[in-house]
Design a protein around this ligand. Sequence first.
Ligand code: ADP
Length: 203
Amino acid sequence: MSLTIGVTGGIGSGKSTVARAFAAHGIDWIDADDVAREIVAPGEPALAEITDHFGHGVLTVEGHLDRRALRGIVFADDAERQWLESVTHPRIRERLEAHLARMAATDAPYHLLVSPLLFESGQHRLVDRCLVIDIPEPLQISRTARRDGVDDAQARAILATQMSRKERLARADDVIDNSGDAAALADQVARLDRHYRASGGAT
Ligand code: ADP
């Protein structure tokens, strides 16, 4: 059995960068955000349920889910948000579990579930260990602003909606400090890779 490592952190903390660094060690990973997009792709039953409920105003002209329009509705209305989550969350979970089962069945010592909402969504229950990517907030804001082309105030507003750094760290089994440069990050990933390989298959 391959060990499942959950990778999480706030926006711009470096989750995708870390996943690519592990991939350089031959490690497979699945991103919960990709799965969340998959289950509402055209032709998927969840998308049909959503358009039945909210109308075709939540579709783009190409028939894809218009996430911005949908966000506008559900951020302003808790009951609608809960309804949407009741449609999407079980399907995301089911699809994630299928991906994880496939990866767990390989000979690989371990694999990753990368998820910005690992703890908030309960997905930490699907993993053996939680790896938190930690950076100080000012750096998180500047990296997010640069990557997404938003200003610091917008980046700070997104941060404010997420779990606090302290709370996340308190729930971590392992931590990567991503306040350094790319080489410092690569060193920490190499060290964890050795650690996970040594404990892979032990559970
Ligand atoms: P997340 O997936 O957590 O939102 P990313 O991996 O996309 O974060 O990283 C956010 C931004 O910061 C990206 O532009 C990335 O290239 C940059 N970045 C990540 N780690 C480092 C680092 N150690 N040094 C400099 N820039 C970094």
